[in-house]
Design a protein around this ligand. Structure first.
Ligand SMILES: [Zn+2]
Length: 104
């Protein structure tokens, strides 16, 4: 996992965004919120992107994937994999260590 650090949002210059070295244009949740609204027609994508809104607030990568999906209607296999991995990690870290991850 890449190191993350906080940087001010490139658009509003008000909120901090958690970024990695790969982020060249950090945008906060508030600024991206509008772009994250849209219809996703693909059922599998819809299911994939149906995660707690908190995750989108916390993670700019997840936001960018959702926006991509809304814009282009689909995602590459690599994007789907990375998305799943990130969500899984977040679920695990949110739960703490004393709980076994739910299987579904
Ligand atoms: Zn912003």
């Amino acid at each position: 996992m890449a190191f993350t650090y906080k940087q001010k949002c490139a658009r509003c210059k008000k909120n901090y965004v958690l970024v990695t070295w790969r982020t060249n244009y950090p945008l906060c949740y508030d600024c991206q919120k509008k772009e994250m609204v849209g219809e996703i027609k693909d059922a599998a994508m819809k299911k994939l992107l149906n995660i707690p809104e908190e995750f989108y607030k916390e993670n700019s990568f997840l936001r960018s994937i959702k926006i991509n999906c809304i814009k282009f209607g689909k995602l590459s296999e690599k994007q789907v994999e990375a998305f799943k991995k990130t969500v899984k990690k977040m679920k695990e870290s949110n739960k703490g260590n004393d709980e076994t991850p739910a299987k579904d």
